[in-house]
Design a protein around this ligand. Structure first.
Ligand code: NDP
Length: 447
């Protein structure tokens, strides 16, 4: 596919202006060329300067977060909220706490979030935030102190009609509770300005499971369109956090055999099938390391080094840990071992080279913008429930999630077909997500 000249110009300009933002440039570099057929069809977008506005965050807030550790020593981290696009609704996207967090990573996540949120068909714009704070090894008191201090600044920039954060890497139920508690103390309002909340204070049934379950619903739809089924497939799932655990749970329910999982230190391989209860006990209850799996249950093998997981032969590979965890070497190993489908539970886990390799080899490949949209979709349902002062049952939410994921897949597939790249579910997701944002931006004027 030839790259549209306008897309090429905007990308080149970004490469100069954001020269040090590698992850952001990677995300834009993957997205812009795939929009070429849409830009060819809509020359008015260039006259309206639409792409230049689309790739520039509407607002970025950066602030310091001072907090006290258990020895009462002052500590300082940096936090940031990228309010990327409000074209179709209030900014919406998670907060990430991890030492690697920087502006480039948050901008790439916010850009992808904008298209993902559009794909859900729900009225939510795109945002992302986070801090270089590392919750690992911190006491509950330290995490609470940090979360409260972060919210002391963030609360003035969020709200149910403005910006609604949620969890992401390092921000789970505990952190969301501390963050939302402080928001409520400062504003005096219980107005649902955060999603992923606990069930006792405004959370939605099914939000914890939503990203992982949604991933599997989309995988099921993609396999069905191509004449395959999940049942009997060997699945390899990287990570052992929120997304990975519930993807594994649904994969098992669908009849797959989950044979490998990982954390950032290494991975476990159990040919007979991973014992998911043991993984939950280690990662969710004990906040421990996956290396303790073989000694806990007496089977399976642990190997140091997270990326080795992709050498495990399987039919279904689900990267659910972090960006760029699957490179060209990993893709080559998976293809050599006969992988049939790859779907991104994490955001941008496959490098551009890895994605190209899968697509050239005829492997079915679903990008994160479509595949992991289930989490934010149920977050939007949580916002609706909060606004209506209602709580839906798990089954109601799960049914809605499945129908949203099926629709996302059919929109993605239809867009790929219509714009001349059938079965290219990466381009299809980019195009279907972008079209709605572009139309909203055109309708709302240029300044
Ligand atoms: P969690 O913090 O719950 O889990 C992250 C997992 O990934 C942990 O097991 C972590 O291991 C592991 N990990 C981190 N870095 C690496 C690495 N370099 N190699 C291998 N494993 C690694 O985060 P989530 O599950 O919430 O998020 C995972 C991904 O899914 C992220 O990309 C996130 O942006 C994306 N996502 C999450 C959504 C959600 O609803 N939570 C929604 C949509 C996307 P360790 O314990 O060692 O840190």
């Amino acid at each position: 596919m030839n790259m549209n000249a306008y897309a090429a110009k905007v990308l080149k300009d970004l490469e100069t202006r954001c020269a040090h933002e590698n992850e952001f440039l990677q995300a834009a570099g993957e997205m812009l060329p795939s929009l070429s057929p849409v830009l060819d069809e809509h020359p008015e977008y260039e006259r309206a300067g639409l792409l230049e506005r689309f790739v520039e965050a509407e607002r970025i807030i950066i602030f310091r977060v001072p907090w006290l550790d258990d020895q009462r020593r002052p500590r300082v981290n940096r936090a940031c909220r990228v309010q990327f696009s409000s074209a179709i609704g209030p900014y919406k996207g998670g907060l990430r706490f991890h030492p690697s967090v920087n502006l480039s990573i948050l901008k790439f996540l916010a850009l992808e979030q904008t298209l993902k949120n559009s794909l859900t068909g729900l009225p939510i714009g795109g945002g992302k935030g986070g801090s270089d704070f590392d919750p690992k090894g911190k006491s509950d008191d330290e995490v609470m102190c940090f979360c409260q201090s972060l919210m002391n600044e963030l609360y003035r920039h969020i709200g149910p009609d403005i910006d609604v954060p949620a969890g992401d890497i390092g921000v789970g139920a505990r952190e969301v509770g501390y963050l939302y508690g402080q928001y409520k103390r400062l504003t005096g309002r219980h107005n649902g300005s955060f999603t992923g909340k606990g069930l006792t204070y405004g959370g939605s049934n099914g939000r914890t499971q939503a990203t992982g379950y949604g991933l599997m619903y989309l995988v099921e739809a993609m396999l069905k369109e191509n004449g395959h089924k999940i049942s009997g497939m060997r699945a390899v799932i990287s990570g052992s956090g929120n997304v990975a655990i519930y993807a594994a749970e649904k994969a098992l329910q669908m009849g797959a055999n989950v044979i490998a999982m990982s954390d950032s230190d290494g991975f476990i391989h159990d040919k007979k099938g991973i014992d998911l209860d043991a993984v939950k006990e280690i990662k969710l209850t004990r906040r421990g390391r996956i290396s303790s799996y073989p000694s806990l249950i007496g089977t399976g093998r642990y190997r140091e080094g997270a990326s080795g997981i992709w050498e495990t032969p399987c039919e279904l590979a689900l990267p659910c840990a972090t960006q760029n965890e699957m490179d060209r070497t990993s893709a080559e190993a998976l293809v050599k071992n006969g992988v049939i489908a790859v779907a991104e539970g994490a955001n941008m886990p496959a490098t551009i080279e890895a994605t190209d390799h899968f697509q050239k080899a005829g492997v079915l490949f679903a990008s994160g913008k479509a595949a992991n949209a289930g989490g934010v979709a149920v977050s939007a349902l949580e916002m609706s429930q909060n606004a209506m002062r209602l709580g839906w049952s798990f089954d109601e939410v799960d049914r809605e999630l499945r129908s949203i994921m099926n629709r996302i897949f059919s929109d993605t597939s239809a867009a790929a077909e219509k714009y001349g790249c059938p079965k290219n579910y990466v381009a299809g997701a980019n195009i279907a997500g972008f079209l709605k944002v572009a139309e909203a931006m055109m309708a709302q004027g240029q300044v």
